[in-house]
Write a new protein. Structure first.
Length: 111
């Protein structure tokens, strides 16, 4: 099933895939196709290359994702921003940092 969305928080060019979809970002225009199965599951890998936390409120992570190839900026929420350059992305998140859930992650499947 194809879906077209307009999202003014997204200013990126590129493509991405997840377990059950393929998508294209053209500025604020997002076009994606959903599939009934998880055919791309084994292609979704990510790793955190670096992580900085400031005063338990601001977290900045440098991530690499095999399934996201974008250039630009995306605001997932007012407290969650991402700068993308190919498979690399800088995630900037503000709020209470969850120290308990954080683990020293290695190359793993995206969730």
């Amino acid at each position: 099933m194809m879906r077209i969305e307009l999202d003014w928080r997204c200013w990126a060019l590129g493509f991405y895939w997840d377990w059950d979809l393929i998508g294209v970002d053209l500025g604020p225009l997002d076009i994606h196709w959903r599939f009934p199965d998880k055919r791309f599951e084994r292609l979704c890998r990510s790793a955190t290359l670096a992580r900085w936390v400031f005063r338990d409120k601001l977290e900045i992570r440098l991530d690499v994702d095999s399934n996201i190839w974008r250039v630009g900026y995306i605001m997932a929420a007012p407290w969650d921003h991402g700068l993308y350059l190919g498979p690399l992305n800088l995630q900037i998140e503000y709020g209470l940092v969850d120290k308990i859930e954080w683990r020293n992650r290695t190359w793993q499947r995206s969730t």
